[in-house]
Write a protein that binds this ligand. Structure first.
Ligand code: F0G
Length: 441
């Protein structure tokens, strides 16, 4: 069945402004064969009427067809690289809420904040938004095996979508350095799971060699079709706000695929006439996994200062050599944004405050609120600013971290104790109504 996305022509184009070499949309490329730059999907064709497009996106929410129930493919006019609906396998990804969080706002120093909570996705993270599009391209190309290296969420997502699509999934993980729930997800969804004695950056290099040798399709975030799906996190957020553009969008940064996707999506939404300005993007990294922050603060010139041994308890963003930094830099600059880093203690306390809103998230996601607090204190974000923070993963992704924090047993990677500032311990009580009543007052 054809997907009606009008007459768009999709191509792969090298992201490097000095190269911009063009390739067919069906070429299997993660980097430009001419210059090694990152690849991106680009589109030419007739412009859509933005008023009609907004109405169409709304109407599709009331439709029961799988593509319209997908919070990604609902926006397909803005990612028109797939022509045949039969390539799409959806788990009804996206459709994530925008939540008010007064307690978190106060903690961050803001009057108000809204969390776009990607943890409500089918596998519990924002990766599903990009995996559904990456998998559609894999099917369109006739791939049988897909692979990724992951700090846990990409692998959980890829395993689920590969299973749903009837494809073999190969997952490469840094041994002992991912949250247990994420490993469990990959196993449950039937992925062949390899735990490698190396860190994320080293395994990514390894897997790229293997992909070429074994003819496996790579679904890491430098796959340009993953980026296309992740753009829709911004489209859905804007749609939920009736296309009112926030002042800031704040998100955690690891391999920097997500900020690249957000920036591209926002620029394209502006070019399509759906919005008239760009929000500023603020990327937050964990203190000892913060090469992009170091690069940014140093003026973003010269060699990228990769961190050889990245460390953080927020294992999702334990990445020292993010592949997508050139795209991320472009997007942060274009949006007038910034990059900030936060400590392990700041992440842990911010996470507990998000929990007190009844929301909860995984550690990497809480870097957003910790970063907001610092940026407001520095006067970079105004107290009255309209801020959307993206929570990237579900609270149940890392229960071990939560339990240790609340019981005062959480230690930073260097062994320093994390203070359980907002700790909440379970109480052991006797089976005695009088004593329990006395205790509870
Ligand atoms: N938050 C969570 C929960 C993540 O899982 C990731 C990345 C990020 C933030 C950072 O996003 O890499 O686009 O800058 N996780 C990847 C993975 C690396 O393998 O699951 P990014």
């Amino acid at each position: 069945m054809a997907l009606a996305t009008q007459s768009a022509v999709a191509e792969l184009v090298c992201f490097e402004s000095s190269c911009r070499a063009r390739y067919a949309i069906t070429d299997v490329l993660y980097n430009c064969p001419k210059c090694g730059g990152l690849m991106e999907a680009t589109y030419t064709g007739d412009a859509h009427d933005p008023v009609k497009l907004k109405r169409l996106f709304r109407e599709r929410r009331m439709d029961n067809s799988p593509v319209n129930q997908s919070g990604v493919w609902r926006y397909r006019e803005l990612l028109p690289f797939i022509e045949d609906e039969r390539h799409i396998v959806t788990l009804r990804e996206g459709n994530t809420p925008l939540l008010d969080a007064p307690i978190a706002a106060k903690y961050g120093g803001l009057d108000e904040v809204a969390f776009k909570h990607q943890g409500y996705n089918p596998t519990g993270s924002f990766k599903d938004n990009g995996m559904v599009t990456g998998m559609a391209q894999a099917r369109r190309l006739g791939m049988k095996r897909v692979a990724c290296v992951s700090t846990g969420n990409t692998s959980a997502s890829m395993a689920a979508y590969a299973a749903a699509a009837g494809m073999e999934a190969l997952v490469f993980l840094p041994n002992g350095k991912i949250a247990f729930s994420k490993l469990a997800q990959a196993l449950e969804y039937g992925a062949k799971t390899l735990q490698v004695e190396a860190n994320f950056d080293e395994i990514l290099a390894l897997v790229r060699t293997l992909a070429d040798r074994l003819g496996i399709y790579l679904l890491n975030s430098m796959n340009p079709f993953r980026v296309e799906g992740q753009k829709t996190i911004m489209f859905e957020m804007l749609d939920q706000r009736d296309w009112k553009v926030p002042d800031w969008v704040v998100l955690p940064g690891g391999n920097l695929g997500n900020v690249s996707a957000f920036g591209k999506g926002l620029r394209e939404a502006k070019a399509a006439g759906l919005i008239d300005k760009l929000p500023r993007l603020a990327v937050i990294q964990a203190e000892h996994s913060a090469p992009f922050e170091a690069f940014w603060k140093a003026g973003a010139t010269g060699e990228f200062p990769a961190v050889r041994q990245p460390e953080t308890l927020a294992t999702a963003i334990r990445i020292g050599d993010p592949v997508s930094w050139p795209k991320a830099l472009h997007e942060v600059r274009t949006s007038g944004g910034t990059v900030e880093k936060v400590t392990e203690q700041e992440i842990a306390d911010a996470k507990a405050q998000i929990g007190l809103c009844g929301i909860g998230c995984e550690p990497a996601s809480a870097a957003t609120l910790a970063g907001i607090r610092n940026l407001v204190a520095q006067g970079v974000i105004d107290r009255g600013a309209d801020v959307v923070a993206v929570l990237t993963g579900n609270v149940m992704k890392d229960p071990d971290y939560i339990y240790k924090y609340h019981t005062g047993h959480l230690e930073a990677p260097d062994g320093a104790a994390i203070v359980s500032t907002f700790g909440n311990q379970a109480m052991v009580v006797p089976n005695d109504a009088d004593k329990i009543a006395a205790l509870l007052g």
